[in-house]
Design a protein around this ligand. Structure first.
Ligand code: EPS
Length: 388
């Protein structure tokens, strides 16, 4: 069995993005519409810029799937950049006769621009920013949609909601169920608090007029997980660490917390944990979920909660001070078309990263070459641990 893994390739204004997903079992039915639905969900959210009016992302499956079922071979996914039509000369993989691209020499603070140019020896900052761009997350969502298809077959659902944009915070919700997320994509900022939603939209409009960008926070929740994914026996196996790495690797994400981490830090121990109960009907159960579904780096069967903080986008229409990398003269950073906020979209990207991390954990634990092998292994395990 090939290990479950994925990689992406592609530049923001190049011909397109590619994702390759390996280690998906054969016989898994994929829903074409569900793949494109996730791509469209990533483009949602009040506060996106002009680029989202150019792109309508869809996934072209190039290998690994036949008549809607996986073959067990690598799955190659293509997402075209429609904007490439406007960049064909500047971003062509090959020299274009009679055309010399204008170089970008003004790095944006907070972006990969300066250190990327230093590290890779580029005189043109575009050679860095094209790959560092969060456009790459379209490929992650395409790969994540395949992982989600696998998890759906195992009864796992992964959702997200925005909990803060700049200074506006959504009301805390105690325990969320899958049904609570039904309308979330219809909300302009993908939050579950309608009052906060209005205030968030107003705050985006206010700061956009002031040429500012906005950050925020969101939560991803996975329901229906088997207890025992991940492992306490080695640092690499701990699922909390793996989820943090996966989510923190998303462009502009600066913090990741599991469950009520930041609140729990301020409480006495007796109010920080989830007491254990058992009943004939439910087996083991808890009345709280402060741990966010992970104990000892392993899922415990409770909903898994991953929260994250994203900084305001570093491309500003009111540029910050910077330095020309050729002349070293003080200058204003590159001013490009940009989004005001991407918090709602980032939550969808984080869903994808959580799906990919969980799919890998399932593949490691249960193996199998065909989806029925996976189901049989899960059933046998459930019987052994008396999971209901
Ligand atoms: C991005 C800058 C903007 C965003 C882009 C990420 O693109 P452009 O420079 O073409 O205006 O729209 O995000 C996407 C294209 C996308 O699909 O999410 C950046 O610099 O990170």
């Amino acid at each position: 069995m090939t290990a479950f893994r994925f990689t992406t390739a592609g530049e923001s204004h190049g011909p397109g993005l590619t994702a390759i997903v390996e280690g998906v079992p054969a016989g898994l039915e994929l829903d074409r519409e569900a793949l494109d639905r996730d791509m469209a969900r990533r483009q949602l959210g009040h506060g996106r810029g002009g680029r989202m009016r150019i792109e309508t992302d869809t996934v072209e499956v190039r290998s690994g799937v036949r008549h809607g079922r996986t073959l067990g071979s690598p799955i190659a996914l293509l997402v075209a950049n429609r904007d490439y039509a406007n960049w064909e000369e500047r971003m062509n993989p090959w020299p274009v006769e009679g055309f010399e691209p204008e170089e970008v020499h003004l790095p944006r603070p907070g972006h990969a621009d300066l250190v990327g140019a230093q590290k890779y020896g580029h005189a043109d900052v575009r050679n860095v920013l094209e790959r560092a761009s969060a456009r790459e997350t379209a490929a992650r969502v395409a790969a994540g949609a395949v992982a989600r298809g696998f998890l759906t077959a195992l009864g796992v659902e992964v959702h997200s909601h925005v909990t803060r944009i700049a200074s506006v915070v959504a009301a805390e919700r105690d325990s969320l169920a899958p049904a609570d997320f039904r309308g979330v994509d219809d909300d302009p900022v993908r939050t579950l608090d309608p009052e906060a939603s209005k205030a968030m939209v107003a705050e985006i409009n206010r700061l956009r007029k002031a040429n500012e960008s906005l950050g925020g926070t969101f939560e991803v929740i996975a329901f229906g997980l088997i207890p025992g994914l991940g492992s306490h026996v080695s640092w690499e196996g701990r699922l909390d660490g793996r989820l943090a790495q996966a989510v923190c690797s998303i462009q502009s994400i600066k913090g990741v917390a599991i469950g009520e981490a930041w609140d729990v830090a301020a409480r006495p121990g007796s109010e920080a944990h989830d007491e254990i109960f058992w009943s004939e009907a439910q087996g083991y159960f808890r009345e709280t979920n402060r741990a966010g579904g992970l104990e000892g780096g392993m899922t415990n069967g409770q909903p898994l909660s991953v929260r994250a903080a994203i900084k305001p986008i570093s491309t500003l229409t009111k540029p910050l001070r910077s330095v020309d990398i050729v002349t070293h003269a003080p200058a204003q950073a590159l001013r490009e078309r940009t989004d005001s906020t991407v918090v709602p979209a980032a939550a969808v990207v984080a869903e994808a990263m959580v799906c990919l991390t969980l799919a890998r954990a399932y593949r490691e634990k249960f193996g199998g070459d065909h989806i029925d092998d996976v189901r049989a292994a899960i059933d046998a395990y459930k019987a052994r641990i008396d999971a209901r």
